[in-house]
Design a binder for this molecule. Structure first.
Ligand SMILES: Cc1cc2nc3c(=O)[nH]c(=O)nc-3n(C[C@H](O)[C@H](O)[C@H](O)COP(=O)(O)O)c2cc1C
Length: 355
C-alpha cells in the first residue's frame, strides 16, 4: 500500500478509503480480524444499543441473495457484484459490556494494521446513547459511529431502530452526544428522505466530524412461486444499482459544502455507503464527493476477499492515473444544469428500433 491511497476524515488519517461497514460479518472477533487482515483502513463493529428487544430481534433476522431475475442464489465473490441483498436484521446479541470489551480489544489490535475498529451505536433512548458513548470513549475506543437512520424504523416497535428524518431531531441528538464526548463522532444517516442533504447539514451543524450517508432503503419483493413476499416481510434492500442514487446525494452535498471550502481538503468529509461492490465503485463514490466508503453487502455475499480485491483495484487505478485518492474527492460532483447543455440532433433515435 502506497501513500497514494491515504485519505482523511477530519483528524483521522485512513490508510486507504475503504471501510468495512457494520453488519453480521463483523459481529465477533473472528469477523473483525478477517476484515482487518483484508487491509481496510477501518472496520465498524456490528452495532449495539441498550434495548433487549433490539438484541432479541437478531433471532428473527433473515437474509436472501437474489440475482437479476429476483431468483435466490448462493453468494460467492463472483456473484457478489451483481446480487441484490435483502434482509431484516437486528443488533448484536452480546451485552453492552461484552460488546464494548470486544471493540476495545479489537481497536487495540487494529493499531498493528494501521487501522481502526469503530464503535457503533444505533440510537434508541438518547440518555442511554449518551451514557454508552461516554463509556466507549472512557474505554479507549478511538471513533464512534452513531446510526440514527436504520431502514427499519417503521417495521420495529418503540423506536428501537429509528429512521430519523427530522433535521431538528438530528441536530438535538447529535449536539447532545457531541457535548458528552470528545472522540471523533460520525453520524450515519438515512437515504430514505427527500432531504438527505438537510439531514447531513443538521448533523454537521450539531458537531459531527463526519456523516455516513445514504443509508439503505426498505423494499418488498413478491415471490412468484409462493405468491408471498420474500422473507414474508418488508426488507432492508441493497444492490449495485444503488450506486447512482448514493452518488447523487454525495455530489449534491459535496457541492453545497464546497462553497465553504478553503484549500484542497473538503470542509466536511463525507463517508459514502450503499451500493459500492468493488474497488471501482469505491472510486466512483470518491469522485462523487465521499472521502471514504463503507461496504457491507458485498462482504456478506462474497466474503472478506472482496475487500482485499477492492483495495488492489483502488491501488491499480491510482497508479495508472498517477494520482492520489484525496485528489479524486468530489472531482465529478460539479454536475451541470440541463439548460447549460448544448443542443443535440435527436439523440433518442439511437434507441429506436429500425423497423
Ligand atoms: C445484514 C446487514 C446488517 C447490517 N447491520 C448494520 C448495523 O448493525 N449497524 C449499521 O450501522 N449498519 C448496518 N448495516 C448497514 C451497512 O453497514 C451498510 O451501510 C449498508 O448495507 C449499505 O452498504 P452496502 O451497499 O455496502 O451494503 C447492515 C447491513 C446489512 C446488509
Amino acid at each position: 500500500m502506497t501513500d497514494k491511497a491515504v485519505v482523511s476524515i477530519g483528524k483521522i488519517k485512513l490508510k486507504n478509503p475503504l471501510i468495512c461497514a457494520s453488519g453480521e460479518h463483523v459481529m465477533d472477533r473472528n469477523g473483525i480480524r478477517a476484515a482487518l487482515k483484508s487491509g481496510v483502513a477501518a472496520v465498524v463493529a456490528k452495532s449495539t444499543n441498550e434495548t433487549v428487544a433490539a438484541r432479541e430481534q437478531i433471532k428473527k433476522a433473515d437474509y436472501l441473495l437474489l440475482d437479476e431475475n429476483w431468483q435466490a442464489i448462493v453468494g460467492d465473490s463472483a456473484s457478489a457484484r451483481a446480487a441484490t441483498f435483502i434482509c431484516r436484521s437486528g443488533l448484536t446479541p452480546q451485552s453492552f459490556e461484552e460488546w464494548l470489551a470486544m471493540v476495545v480489544e479489537m481497536d487495540k489490535e487494529a493499531r498493528e494494521y494501521g487501522a481502526y475498529v469503530i464503535a457503533s451505536i444505533i440510537l434508541a433512548d438518547l440518555d442511554a446513547a449518551v451514557s454508552m458513548s461516554q463509556q466507549i470513549e472512557q474505554a479507549g475506543v478511538r471513533i464512534l459511529e452513531l446510526n440514527v437512520g436504520t431502514p427499519y424504523g417503521d417495521e420495529v416497535e418503540d423506536d428501537l431502530l429509528p429512521t430519523e428524518r427530522s433535521s431538528d431531531r438530528i441536530e438535538t441528538i447529535v449536539s447532545t452526544v457531541r457535548k458528552a464526548i470528545t472522540i471523533p463522532l460520525w453520524v450515519k444517516i438515512t437515504g430514505q428522505s427527500e432531504h438527505v442533504d438537510r439531514l447531513v447539514l443538521a448533523a454537521r451543524r450539531a458537531g459531527a466530524d463526519s456523516v455516513v450517508v445514504p443509508g439503505r432503503f426498505m423494499g418488498m419483493i413478491p415471490d412468484l412461486e409462493t405468491q408471498r413476499p420474500y422473507l414474508d416481510t418488508n426488507v432492508g434492500v441493497g444492490g449495485y444499482w444503488n450506486l447512482p442514487l448514493s452518488c447523487y446525494w454525495l455530489a449534491q452535498i459535496h457541492s453545497q459544502l464546497k462553497r465553504e471550502r478553503k484549500g484542497d481538503q473538503p470542509v466536511f468529509p463525507l463517508v459514502g455507503t450503499n451500493g459500492a461492490r468493488n474497488g471501482e465503485d469505491v472510486l466512483r463514490f470518491l469522485l462523487a464527493g465521499a472521502s471514504a466508503v463503507e461496504m457491507a453487502s458485498a462482504v456478506l455475499a462474497g466474503g472478506f476477499e472482496v475487500l482485499s480485491a477492492a483495495i488492489a483495484q483502488i491501488e491499480d487505478y491510482l497508479k495508472q492515473k498517477d494520482t492520489q485518492a484525496s485528489n479524486l474527492i468530489g472531482k465529478a460532483a460539479a454536475v451541470r444544469k440541463f439548460a447549460d447543455m448544448p443542443a443535440r440532433k435527436q439523440p433518442w433515435k439511437q434507441f429506436l428500433s429500425a423497423g
